[in-house]
Design a protein around this ligand. Structure first.
Ligand code: AMP
Length: 421
């Protein structure tokens, strides 16, 4: 290997033993989805660029500044996915999943790529769990989606997180509100770039974090104060269901999220232990997204949760998760003949579903016992030359230190039973 090669700026490697925690977080976040009847989908990590420019929105930072876009050798413009929703929607439309029973409930997990300025919790390559419930705008479904996100965090043992919730209205009330907001923004002192963004989606200005912009927004009109009767009723029903589900929330009337197509229910999960990058997940209803991607006019709601940031939240709360990855049984052979027995025994155990390992290379008894210790195994078999001559192996329970001789022919069975205790 040539010297000096490192992971690209803004990316990192996840190595054992920490990787066990990453897997535990990823799997815990997806378990509630599997239990609620969501089906797994896998889509490519790159898509035609239009999937994102249309599916994420032309006014967003993601599309204007952060996409990894390249021409492939056939001259097609492709983009590494900056988020997972647009690709899922593309697949939903392409495979006409809307022709089946509704809602269609889907989830996926995988890499996302954004050319962002790296900092703690913000990377250029990260992992998202993404879920979507498509084809129905029943407020009970909104509540289900939000509650499943909360469940994943709760199952990890997290407590210092908050659900921010609002409604962004829909086509019946957003245009009127938009006019009010545009009129308000017109009177403010904003730079050209902000004005350009405001022209595409004025709501995004509300979300501008710069103090000089925020200072001018104190009296800005808010969508929640201008909802139509139907969208207000929808939002009220969502909140009623959330109350029934025991999910608390904080009203966040200035919350605006990445997609330009969000409508009605919109939410974000924030964690107090993460500093500036406090969002561990977010989502909402995007009743115009399918149509924006050339599909039928179906509604949808979903969320994306950042696995890396959730892992940081888990660490910030000092939770002990997935730390005990390792094997259950470990075999220490001393001598060539014992080695054959060890390889066979480990093979048999693994076939039987027992996590097992042995030492490789010439480690000597001391080094081998150290490896056995580090492996996390509760049961260790040591087979020395004298043991073999007597037809036994020494089975040691690492938790109690108890050790006794077991006939070679019974080792497999005894180990299998012991690790199950
Ligand atoms: P977004 O699609 O921007 O709402 O992102 C959804 C979630 O993905 C966020 O709440 C974060 O947890 C995570 N996320 C977004 N961007 C990054 C990034 N650059 N690095 C790490 N996690 C991210």
């Amino acid at each position: 290997m040539s010297a000096g090669l490192t992971a690209p700026k803004g990316t990192f490697d996840t190595l054992p033993p920490d990787s066990a925690r990453f897997l535990a977080v990823r799997d815990t976040l997806t378990a509630p989805l599997r239990r609620a009847g969501y089906g797994y989908v896998e889509t490519p990590v790159f898509e035609e660029t239009a999937v994102f420019s249309r599916g994420v929105g032309e006014s967003t930072d993601v599309v204007t500044k952060e996409m990894y876009t390249f021409a492939d050798r056939g001259g097609r413009s492709l983009t590494l996915r900056p988020e997972l929703t647009a690709g899922l929607m593309r697949a939903f439309i392409e495979h006409r999943l809307h022709d089946g029973a509704l809602p269609v409930k889907l989830w996926t997990v995988g890499s996302a790529f954004r050319y962002e300025r790296p900092q703690a919790g913000r990377y250029r390559h990260f992992t998202q769990v993404d879920m979507e419930a498509l084809g129905t705008d029943d407020p009970a479904l909104d509540a289900e989606v939000v509650a499943l996100g909360v469940q994943g965090f709760r199952d990890l043992g997290l407590t210092d997180f908050e659900l921010l919730l609002t409604s962004l209205g829909d086509a019946t009330c957003r245009p009127q509100y938009r006019e009010l907001l545009v009129a308000y923004l017109d009177k403010l002192d904003l730079d050209e770039e902000t004005r350009r963004r405001a022209a595409i989606n004025p709501l995004r200005v509300l979300d501008d974090k710069r103090p000089e912009v925020q200072a001018q927004l104190d009296d800005a009109p808010l969508m929640v104060d201008h909802l139509s009767d139907t969208t207000r009723a929808h939002y009220d029903a969502v909140r009623q269901h959330l109350t029934d589900l025991g999910v608390p929330w904080t009203e966040a009337p200035r919350l605006v999220r990445g997609l330009d197509y969000y409508t009605k229910t919109t939410f974000e999960f924030v964690h107090s232990g993460l500093g500036a990058q406090s969002a561990i997940g977010g989502g909402g209803r995007y009743d115009g997204l399918s149509a924006a991607l050339g599909g039928p006019d179906v509604s949808g709601i979903g969320y994306a949760v950042g696995v890396d940031r959730t892992l940081l939240a888990v660490q910030a709360e000092g939770l002990d998760i997935g730390a005990t990855a390792g094997v259950q049984a470990f075999v220490v052979p001393l001598g060539a003949e014992a080695k054959r027995l060890a390889v066979r025994l480990v093979g048999q155990l693994r076939q039987a579903g027992v996590a097992a390992d042995t030492v490789y290379g010439d480690r000597g008894l001391k080094g081998a016992m150290k490896a056995a210790d580090r492996s996390g195994a509760t049961h260790v078999v040591v087979v020395g030359e004298r043991d073999l001559a007597e037809g036994v192996g020494q089975l040691k329970d690492m938790r109690t230190g108890e050790q006794h001789a077991v006939p070679v022919g019974e080792l497999f069975q005894r180990l299998r039973e012991s690790v199950g205790e």
